[in-house]
Design a binder for this molecule. Sequence first.
Ligand code: HEM
Length: 419
Amino acid sequence: MTKINLDTTSLFMPEVLADPFAYYQAAIAERPVMVLPGTNITLVSSYDLVAEATGRVEDFSSDFSDLLAGQRSADPEVTAELEKGWPQRNTLLTADPPVHTRFRKLVNLAFSMKRVDAIEAEIRAIVERLVDAFPADGRIDFVRDFAIPLPVAVIASQIGIGEADGSISPEGIATVKRWSDAFADRLGGMISKERELECAREVVEFQHAMKARIDARREHRTEDLLSDLVHATVEGERPLDDAELLSVLQQLMVAGNETTTSTLAGGVLLFIQNPGEEAKVRADPALIPNMVEEMLRLESPSAGLWRIVKRDTELGGVTVPGNSMMMLRYAAANRDPAKFEDPDRFDAARKNARSHLAFGRGIHMCVGNMLSRKELAVAFGVLLQKVKSFELAPGAEIVHTPNMLLRGLRRLDVVVERA
Ligand code: HEM
C-alpha cells in the first residue's frame, strides 16, 4: 500500500473514495479522531472510537437531515417540486431520542423475525428465478442481473409494489430502483442541478404511489410489511400518520437496496479474488452465515454516516467542537487491525467476523439487518449450488460509484458456469 499523507490527502478526493483502504489504515494508526484539513468535519476511524461514538447520542446527534436534504434543497425550483408531495419527517435514521424511540418501537414491531422468516420462501423464489434467467452463454453483469433486482424485488413486494400473486414485473423493479436511486443520489451523491430536480420529481412520484397503497391497507389489511407498519401501535400512542409512514418507507427502500446490492456484488468479487475461500465455503456450506458477516465487514457498503456534534466535547482524547460535523467511518472501523487480525484478508471462517460495524451499533443499528442477512445467506446458498464458477469477463473494469457515504460496484461483468 502507498503511504498516505493525511495533511495533503482528503478522504473525499474521488481517487481516495475509489480506493480508500490505505487512507483508512493511515487514519486509524495516526489520527483515529481527526479534523479533515480545510473542513469542520471530524472523521472517526478506529473500531473502539466509532463504537464509543455510536453510544454517545447526547453528544453526537443523528439529526443530520439538513445534510441529506440535497445540496440545493433551498433552490426555489427544487422546493416547488417537493411541495407537490408530503413534508419530510425525521423518523429513524435522522431522529434522536425521544422521537427516535417512538418510531423505532413501531418499526421494530413490523420488522419482526416472524415477518422476516415469512419472507424467506419469497426470497428463495426470487433468487431462483433470477439465477434461472442467466443467459446460456453465462455472460452477465452481476450487478444489473442479480444484485439490484433481488433486494428491490423483496422490498417492493413488502411495500406493496408487486403484483397480487407476490411477483414483481420488470417495470415494477425498474420503478422502485429509479425511486431508490433518486433518494440515494440526494443523500451523498455528487449531482447536477438537473439531477437534483429530477430526484425531487421522483420523490413526489414515490409519495403519491405509496399514499394510495397506505390508504388501501388502512381499509383492508394484507400480509406484508406495509400493512404491519400502517397498523403498528404501541400502548398509548397513535399509529404513524401519512408523512411519517412515507418517511419510514423511503428509508426502508433506500437503506435496504443499495447496501444489499453492494454486498452481493462485492461478495462475488471476493469469491473471484479469493478462490481458496470460495472453495472452502463450497465444501462446507454451513460456513455461509459467517461468510456473509465477513463480506459485510469487508464491503461495509454504508461506509460512513454523519453525526452532528451537539456541544464541545472530546473523543479519544481529541477536542471536538460543538456544532461541527462528525463522520463515523464504519468501513474503516471494520478494518481496524486492533480488532480484526490481518484486516484486509477475506476469511470466511473468521471467528469474530460478526462483531463488524457494517450495520452500525446502538440505538440506530440497522433495523433491516435480519432481512438483509437472510437475503444474503439465501442468495449465496443458491448461487453456490446453481453456479459452478464465477470469472471476470475479459476486459471487465472494477469501478465503484463515487459517493461519500455509500460504497458499491457500478457493474460487475462476469461469466458464470452453471452447475
Ligand atoms: C447490507 C445491507 C445493509 C447495510 C450495510 C445497512 C447499514 C446500516 C447502517 C450502518 C445503519 C446505521 C446508521 C447510523 O449509524 O446512523 C443502518 C440503519 C438503518 N437501516 Fe440498514 N443496512 C442494510 C440493510 C437494510 C435493509 C434491508 C433495510 C430495510 C429494509 C434497512 C433499513 C435501515 C433503517 C430504516 C435504518 C435506520 C435505523 C435507525 O436509525 O433506527 N437497512 N443501516
